[in-house]
Ligand binder design. Structure first.
Ligand SMILES: Cc1cc2nc3c(=O)[nH]c(=O)nc-3n(C[C@H](O)[C@H](O)[C@H](O)COP(=O)(O)O)c2cc1C
Length: 266
């Protein structure tokens, strides 16, 4: 039997431990909450940390993915932009810094830019991200301002006048530094880079679909013109333009419809 004095000491110690645990949980939680907020530094915007935003399954994202070229005149939220960029080239393995899209020998040749239109990205406090071109910083999950101003009209002109590039509130441009991959794989590295941009683009398509956004992979453009408008870094070549917005007409189908298609052909 424990003496009442010992019972008191044990329960006091247990209470103290519980309180310590609660405080540490709170500190950890509040640190997380702080880091979720968008912090705009000098030319660098720390994006909300990636998190599970929807209940969408991969099956549904694959089913509902469609190239969408007509968008509502509405911004997309910074949270959704954060998820799109994370899907394209974010970190999903923290020991080596491996990314959401696979890469030949983890050489990671891709660089991602975002062309933000005026009022194109809504911040949580009712304000908008400044129009401009931003570059995604993979290991900080942030975007860095490359140049100010709305460059969508110029970008659309460089993309043979495809108006969805001009009308989308936000346009992602995926570029590649071929040398990172060809230095290891020689000529074959070119093939690998082209395969890789497809992986990143598909991630963008599927994440956009899950978030209720629409996009289209645009490959028809004048490379040098796009590189100039975006202001790409040394050795970077643009490979894909992906406008993003809220679809005017969301694509509707069902597994039943697809099933009927197959059954009618068996
Ligand atoms: C390599 C590639 C280049 C493409 N280039 C363009 C383009 O310049 N403009 C465009 O509107 N769509 C472009 N697309 C989208 C295709 O037109 C679209 O994927 C196709 O019509 C099938 O429709 P879905 O994506 O809805 O399945 C491109 C797709 C790929 C894979």
């Amino acid at each position: 039997m424990l003496a009442p004095r010992h019972v008191l000491i044990i329960s006091l110690a247990a209470t103290a431990l519980l309180m310590l645990y609660a405080v540490s949980l709170f500190l950890g939680f509040s640190r997380h909450v702080q880091r979720v907020e968008v912090v705009v530094g000098v030319g660098e915007v720390f994006l909300p940390l990636p998190r599970k935003l929807t209940q969408f399954s991969v099956e549904e994202a694959v089913l509902y993915r469609r190239s969408i070229r007509d968008y509502l005149d509405e911004p997309i939220s910074i949270e959704k932009l954060s998820m799109i960029l994370w899907a394209a080239q974010g970190i999903s393995e923290t020991r080596w810094g491996l990314r959401t899209a696979p890469s030949a020998g983890a050489t990671y040749p891709l660089e991602v830019y975002v062309v933000v239109g005026t009022g194109g990205v809504a911040l949580s406090d009712g304000a908008y991200l400044g129009a401009g071109v931003y570059k995604y910083v993979v290991h900080r999950h942030s975007i860095k301002l490359v140049s100010e101003g709305d460059r969508r009209v110029e970008l659309a002109r460089a993309a043979l006048g495809q108006e969805w590039v001009e009308k989308a509130p936000v346009v992602v441009v995926v570029c590649a530094v071929y040398e990172r991959t060809t230095a290891r794989y020689g000529e074959r590295g070119y093939r690998y880079v082209h395969i890789e941009v497809g992986h990143a683009a598909q991630n963008i398509y599927l994440m956009a679909t899950a978030l209720g956004l629409g996009t289209v992979a645009v490959g028809a453009f004048y490379d040098d013109e796009v590189a100039r408008v975006v202001g790409v870094g040394v050795g970077e070549r643009p490979l894909y333009i992906m406008p993003l917005g809220v679809p005017r007409h969301p694509y509707v189908t069902s597994f039943e419809e697809v099933g009927d298609y197959y059954l009618a052909r068996r």
